[in-house]
Design a protein around this ligand. Structure first.
Ligand SMILES: [Zn+2]
Length: 296
């Protein structure tokens, strides 16, 4: 993967509600120079940039939150997924509020917004993140594994929820903009109606509704038709891509994820970053080495 870094051609904005706060929030996406990366800034703390990097990752309770300099920004994973999926490398994302708007619960509104702005190629190349050996994290029956594989990124995700419309779903996606926007970006977040009261008591999902999530009861979907029969596993791929954006560079290889979630996604991204920093592997070695296993 040798391509020019990109940014948006012009500033674009979007408005919605925060998933957890329920408050109205506006987001502005501005062009940024090469090597700037994806950086959030809250309009009430304009001097405190919050880079979309692993060093900023703070909590992963039903969403990924970033924090820097005592300022946090919540629910970043869908907009970051859209950026990674569409190949947007540099952008300043100003938020009038404390979390990114949830919109329809998918990444599609962000993809459409980026397309409306258009992409500008910059005078610098991306430096893809590539390892020459396996990395895996395992927690019980949940796991994520990285395998070196070619010059692109492929994700295989498998979920298994004991529910009549979910069940076992597995999907492999080659992460390219046209594939991402058609097969991954439209997949919405999902949750169970019976969890809502408990989550609201904890100050979460106050902006959640049948309009921004696939909502399940014990037997079916109560929020209208699905966009894909396997919308659930597609959204897991969407979330994983958003969390991997925190590596700060495009990733190449094949990732196999099983029954994971935000916390394991971030742990896996940290294991990848650590393996990349290890002196034995700067990404140039050609022969496979023993697996770097983390966890039990
Ligand atoms: Zn999500």
């Amino acid at each position: 993967m040798r391509r020019a870094q990109t940014t948006l051609r012009t500033t674009v904005s979007i408005e919605g509600v925060g998933l957890h706060s329920g408050h109205p929030v506006r987001a502005h996406f501005r062009p940024a120079p090469a090597d700037h990366g994806l950086v959030f800034v809250r309009s009430d703390h304009p001097g405190v940039p919050i880079p979309a990097r692993l060093s900023s990752a703070s909590t992963f309770d039903y969403a990924t939150t970033l924090a820097a300099g005592g300022v946090s920004i919540g629910t970043v994973e869908h907009v970051l997924s859209a950026a990674v999926g569409e190949g947007l490398d540099n952008c300043s994302i100003e938020i009038e509020g404390s979390e990114v708007p949830i919109l329809d619960g998918s990444a599609l509104p962000f993809v459409r917004l980026f397309h409306a702005a258009g992409f500008e190629r910059l005078e610098a190349s991306v430096r893809p993140f590539h390892l020459s050996r396996e990395v895996s994290v395992t927690r019980g029956d949940r796991s994520i594994r990285y395998e070196p594989d070619g010059s692109a990124l492929t994700i295989t995700y498998e979920i298994d929820f004991p529910h009549p419309v979910v069940g076992r779903q597995s999907l492999t996606i080659a992460v390219r903009p046209e594939e991402y926007s058609a097969r991954v970006a439209p997949a919405r977040t999902f949750g169970f109606a019976r969890d809502v009261e408990n989550l609201r008591a904890r100050g979460l999902v106050r902006g959640g509704s049948l309009h921004n999530a696939v909502v399940l009861d014990d037997t079916g979907v109560i929020s209208g038709p699905l966009r894909f029969r396997d919308e659930f596993v597609r959204h897991k791929i969407l979330d994983l891509l958003g969390d991997l954006a925190l590596l700060g560079r495009p990733l190449t290889g094949h990732i196999y994820a099983r029954k994971a979630g935000h916390a394991l996604h971030i742990e896996f991204a940290r294991a990848l970053a650590a393996a990349f920093r290890a002196p034995a592997d700067k990404g140039f070695a050609r022969s496979p080495q023993p697996e770097a296993a983390i966890g039990s």
